[in-house]
Design a binder for this molecule. Structure first.
Ligand code: FE2
Length: 302
């Protein structure tokens, strides 16, 4: 799969390149699912902000999202990627597919590449689904028919030591418990307050397989990341996911999806100044552990 991610090498202003070549870029994105712009002049977060502006689509803001990750805004539309510790691997996922609100595309920008590790694994979800349909047909038939539900315990205040550390106030954009309950009710969640002030929330049934406008079908969900990675002082990944009917999804159920996705990963090894554009419905991403300083920023497209 040397075509993935597709590399667009160039120079000069990437913002100008994107606004002049929007249609061709979108066609290439639909084809490959992930594009890497390398060699352009993107020296700092402000230049990255201009790149996103040059692309010219509406943003999907972190404040509006129900993302579990702790992040910090750098400009109005640019924020730090998940601030989980360097040793924490972030497993493959579609951005915010564990919530009813998700972006269609993601921009990533590498300001500082890690001295070791820190690649962004990418995986084509249509290829994962195709393999699962032949290797685990019962599992796919079930998640497609029933959908899936996610359960996550959100702390009372941000816990930057966890990949799932965003507080419930920040996640839900609320100030108190009664506002939180109103928001959860509106979103169709079930919830339970914990003695320590944290909040256990379970999503409504969400889709696990998505059909794209062109007919391609993808394994669009957060099952792998939730099952492998939602572990912290509050969360037990064994309890993070269920089938739509509420029954537990076991390690045996998840094994084929995990193995196939791992097999199909292509690592994006960052160089400073790189920008990647990812179709969030077609491609999963994650983060390899790293050492040294690494700064990868993100911006989401509605
Ligand atoms: Fe992500």
């Amino acid at each position: 799969m040397s075509d993935f991610p597709a590399i667009i090498a160039g120079g000069g202003s990437l913002a100008a390149f994107l606004s002049a070549n929007k249609q061709a870029v979108d066609a290439a994105l639909a084809d490959a699912g992930a594009l890497l712009f390398r060699g352009f002049d993107v020296p700092d977060p402000q230049a990255f902000d201009a790149v996103v502006e040059g692309y010219g689509e509406h943003g999907f803001t972190y404040e509006d999202s129900l993302s579990n990750a702790v992040r910090t805004n750098v400009t109005a539309r640019v924020f730090t990627a998940n601030e989980a510790p360097p040793s924490t691997e972030i497993f493959l996922h579609h951005e915010m597919a564990q919530t009813p609100l998700y972006p269609s595309r993601l921009f990533f920008y590498c300001e500082v590449a890690a001295s070791e590790g820190g690649a962004t694994p990418l995986c084509r979800s249509d290829r994962v689904l195709e393999r699962l349909e032949s290797e685990a047909p019962d599992f796919i038939a079930r998640v497609e028919a029933e959908g899936v539900r996610y359960t996550n315990v959100m702390p009372g205040t941000d816990d930057a030591g966890s990949g799932q550390g965003r507080s419930w106030k920040s996640t839900l954009s609320v100030d108190d418990k009664s506002q939180a309950e109103a928001r959860l009710r509106e979103l169709g969640y079930d919830w339970e307050w914990q003695d320590d002030g944290s909040l256990r929330a379970t999503t409504p049934v969400l889709e696990a397989v998505r059909t794209l406008p062109d007919g391609r079908r993808t394994f669009f969900n957060q099952l792998i990341a939730a099952f492998r990675g939602w572990a912290d002082s509050r969360n037990d990944p064994g309890k993070a996911i269920t089938f739509g009917d509420g029954s537990t999804m076991s390690a045996e159920d998840m094994a084929p999806a995990i193995a196939i996705a791992d097999e199909l990963i292509c690592d994006l090894a960052w160089q400073a100044g790189d920008v990647a554009l990812i179709d969030n419905f077609l491609v999963m991403h994650g983060r390899r552990p790293f050492s040294g300083k690494r700064r990868v920023l993100a911006s989401l497209v509605a």
